[in-house]
Design a protein around this ligand. Structure first.
Ligand code: AVI
Length: 326
């Protein structure tokens, strides 16, 4: 399983210290109240490995549930996509998931994963070229939340089908989600988007998924501070911070925070910041959706909702959304 490569900025240990986007965003987060930083900074190589481990946890149902749904619906998806489809994956995600689609589709013509991390793209592209010799694998390095330049459609090619699995859409704010969908709609004009979205459910199930008994999600959250220590010369004492994740039903989202266990001072990029006991850094939102809510969001961005597939327990949903024609 590969990490979701959440939008840009997954630069690793080689990133410059004080001048990096991570440095600027961390300093801004620490200077603002309430303190909050984008979840994209989870995904350095240590964080990506921890995310892969999360996907295997018994409590973390989304990955295996979505794979189950994709296995079931791949044939129908292939019918809807038609022959010689050109697939655009937003993020260089799980090879397992894209293989399920490619294996079901009729002569898929082209696969274009879009990701900010060239290394990530190169690895998955090489594996797919080897296994699908007739497929034109065309990685595109870029930020898929902004307008990306894709190659012109191939002569005689089929529809453009977007793929955005994993409920990564839930890590955007609703406004960011609509913006992403608008950008995707322009790229996929006349085609469709296959989108994975985690569903609203029993809060106990959600709570367990983000508070696993092995402590992997806690390590994933705390890795943000470890990364700041590695890359920004910060001095976060990791044992003085608590992973705190809870479901907020009004906003239908899991919130993850890092909470200071005591009053303390922290130095980041040579600047000192005070934390009171119990003060938090908000590190992630993970929105959950009703089927109708997700379809309404998609319509706001100009998509026309098509079929939806779910698992028997209604934990997760996979949506076929028709992209605007013009
Ligand atoms: C990548 N994303 C969809 C995951 C989620 O569930 O929101 C990230 C994650 N955070 C904690 N566990 C998994």
């Amino acid at each position: 399983m590969m990490s979701p490569s959440l939008v840009p900025g997954s630069a690793d240990a080689a990133a410059p210290r004080a001048g990096s986007e991570f440095a600027a965003d961390m300093l801004k987060a620490l200077d603002t109240r309430p303190r909050s930083i984008s979840p994209k900074y989870f995904y350095d190589s240590a964080g990506s490995q921890l995310f892969d481990a999360i996907c295997e946890l018994p409590e973390y149902y989304p990955t295996r549930t979505e794979i189950g749904i994709l296995t079931q619906c791949a044939g129908e998806v292939a019918q809807l996509a038609g022959p010689r489809a050109e697939i655009v994956e937003f993020g260089a995600g799980s090879l397992l998931k894209i293989r399920l689609l490619l294996d079901a589709m009729k002569e898929p013509a082209r696969y274009m994963p879009v990701d900010i991390s060239g290394d990530h793209l190169a690895g998955s592209a090489a594996a797919l070229r080897r296994d699908y010799p007739g497929l034109d694998v065309h990685p595109v390095v870029g930020d898929y939340t902004q307008r990306v330049l894709l190659p012109v459609p191939r002569a005689g090619g089929g529809r453009r089908i977007g793929f955005f699995p994993g409920s990564t859409i839930g890590n955007f704010t609703p406004r960011e989600a609509v913006h992403f969908l608008e950008v995707a709609g322009q790229v996929l004009r006349g085609g469709a988007l296959l989108l994975g979205a985690d569903l609203v459910k029993d809060p106990a199930v959600l709570h367990a998924a983000y508070n696993d008994s092995a402590g992997v999600t806690a390590a994933f959250n705390l890795n943000l501070l470890a990364r700041a220590n590695r890359e920004l010369g910060a001095d976060f004492a990791l044992d003085q911070w608590a992973h705190y994740a809870f479901y907020e039903p009004r906003q239908q989202r899991i919130e993850m925070h890092l909470v200071s266990r005591r009053a303390q001072q922290v130095t980041v990029c040579g600047q000192r910041f005070d934390f009171a006991e119990g003060e938090a850094l908000h590190t992630e939102n993970s929105y959950k959706f009703t089927i109708e809510g997700l379809r309404a969001l998609a319509m706001e961005a100009g998509f026309r909702p098509g079929p939806v597939w779910c698992d028997a327990r209604q934990l997760f949903s996979v949506h076929w959304l028709y992209a605007p024609e013009s």
